[in-house]
Design a protein around this ligand. Sequence first.
Ligand SMILES: Nc1ncnc2c1ncn2[C@@H]1O[C@H](COP(=O)(O)OP(=O)(O)O)[C@@H](O)[C@H]1O
Ligand SMILES: [Mg+2]
Length: 252
Amino acid sequence: MKKTTILSLVNQKGGVAKTTSTINLAAALSKLGKKVLVIDLDPQGNCTVGSGIDLTNLKYGTYNLLLENTPAEDCIIKRDSYDIIGTDIKLAGAELIIISKIARESLLKHKLDKLTGYDFILIDCPPSLSLLTVNALTASTSAYVPVSASVFAVGGITQLSDTIDSIKILNKDLEIKGVFLTRFDKREKFNYMVEDALLQMFEEKLLKTKIRVCADINKSQVQGVDIFTHNPKARSAEDYMQLAQEVIELEK
Ligand SMILES: Nc1ncnc2c1ncn2[C@@H]1O[C@H](COP(=O)(O)OP(=O)(O)O)[C@@H](O)[C@H]1O
Ligand SMILES: [Mg+2]
């Protein structure tokens, strides 16, 4: 049976490109021949919509997987590129129910443990350190942290590191495997300041790949497709392909 590597894309800050990176890293990994499943764990459902799924037709999603014992196979939407378990706003109410469950931090892990056939599972986390994020981290092999180069939010990452440390009680091997810059604009001096700060904090864990700012990203999301489908020549397509190669190396 092949080993499944489970990655959380996590940062409690919104707008740092968690969803964008989940979609395009998943698409790049699948272009490299990997079998990939994406799980949308953000009730906003941006990853689901950004993958071209009409929310009005979503029969079973993350909510059903976590709280209604719907088998994962029934929640998975099969696609030509990566497969996905989508979500709609119903998931927003899940926290209140999860909180009273036994083993509430491990609900997702127990579901994913039974799932076979994928090389990678990518989890798009909500912009908080909520129980949903804790479930993602408990289920994960490693965490990847996208950081927007245009916002100085390095302080929040200390809090994220602390959360990850506390989850080691349940998932002892969990670590931040990589931190990577997104929306990087080489003309903006400020972006290099953020890069320097991350380098000091994370040293070799700051990935070589920087995702450059790219107008095609927004256009691809409006169409509900990944960047390779929208414009394979876009610079962010090149960047996400490089990120996928770097992740494959790190997870070997
Ligand atoms: N490389 C990029 N270049 C330009 N815009 C980007 C890039 N990456 C993300 N964005 C935009 O930034 C916004 C936030 O991205 P998103 O992935 O939704 O962040 P998060 O999931 O962390 O909240 C979106 O409007 C998205 O289109
Ligand atoms: Mg998001």
